[in-house]
Design a binder for this molecule. Structure first.
Ligand code: ATP
Length: 234
């Protein structure tokens, strides 16, 4: 579904992503893990068209994305739930959700709003409240619900568990599995390596802009290097 090949991305003279390659097959949960500044967010922003690569290619369902504008990438079937959630605090929950469907003209929007409320019932209860009153976990649900409103084939989640309580983190991660079962392919960026690898069919470890390790979620969870560096074991 998605092929990233020899991707390089720079901020001026600073190379943030230094030639990475990875693939996401339809139906998979694939995770990119790594510490702060490894280049994970930069990679997702480049796939979304918000940044342009200095080298390499990004192919989604056979189509090159590197010259496609961000607002044209969403209708192709890629949704991005960004780092920090970026909800609109003064808009209501429902207005935030509807913004996720901005590029659609079909008649299925009401049904998808219903599906978002099924996924996260708290959003229905608070549909008329300004989203800025939400807790971090609730805002994360809203950001995921909003991303799903574009009816994506590929959902990219940037650190959904950041700053959440263990219970809320579990709830969010369970939803990742639910969305996969419902047929959405997921590219998951996480610092919480354990939670991500447990659910991923494939994982890639990024360090200062390079992929240093890759394998199945299970292989990486069992890898001594990963356990030492990311799971806090001696
Ligand atoms: P984090 O979890 O902290 O977001 P990350 O793996 O997502 O980490 P990026 O945010 O992609 O990493 O950052 C990769 C590198 O690019 C870092 O060295 C960072 O300082 C640098 N960087 C990110 N955004 C910018 C920017 N707007 N201008 C200059 N450098 C940037």
């Amino acid at each position: 579904m998605l092929e990233v090949k020899d991707l390089e991305v720079a901020y001026g003279k600073i190379k943030a992503v230094k030639g990475i390659s990875f693939t996401v097959e339809e139906g998979e949960v694939v995770t990119l893990i790594g510490t702060n500044g490894a280049g994970k967010t930069t990679t997702l922003r480049t796939i979304s068209g918000l940044l342009r690569p200095t080298k390499g290619s990004i192919t989604f369902q056979g189509r090159d994305l590197t010259t496609v504008a961000p607002h044209e990438i969403v209708p192709l079937g890629i949704a991005h739930s960004p780092e920090g959630r970026r909800i609109f605090p003064r808009l209501t929950v429902e207005e935030n959700l509807n913004l996720g469907a901005f590029s659609r003209k079909d008649k299925g929007i009401a049904a998808d709003l219903e599906a978002a409320y099924e996924l996260f019932p708290i959003l229905r209860e608070r549909r008329s409240q300004p989203a800025g009153t939400f807790s971090g976990g609730e805002q994360q649900m809203l950001a995921m619900g909003r991303a799903m409103m574009s009816r994506p084939k590929l959902l990219m989640l940037d650190e959904p568990s950041m700053g959440l309580s263990p219970l809320m983190m579990k709830r969010i991660m369970t939803t990742v599995s639910t969305l996969q079962q419902q047929g959405t392919t997921i590219l998951l960026v996480e610092q919480n390596a354990q939670a991500a690898l447990k659910r991923a069919s494939k994982g890639y470890v990024l360090e200062v802009g390079k992929i240093v390790l890759s394998g199945s979620g299970k292989e990486l969870l069992e890898s001594e290097d990963v356990r030492k560096a990311y799971l806090g074991e001696d």
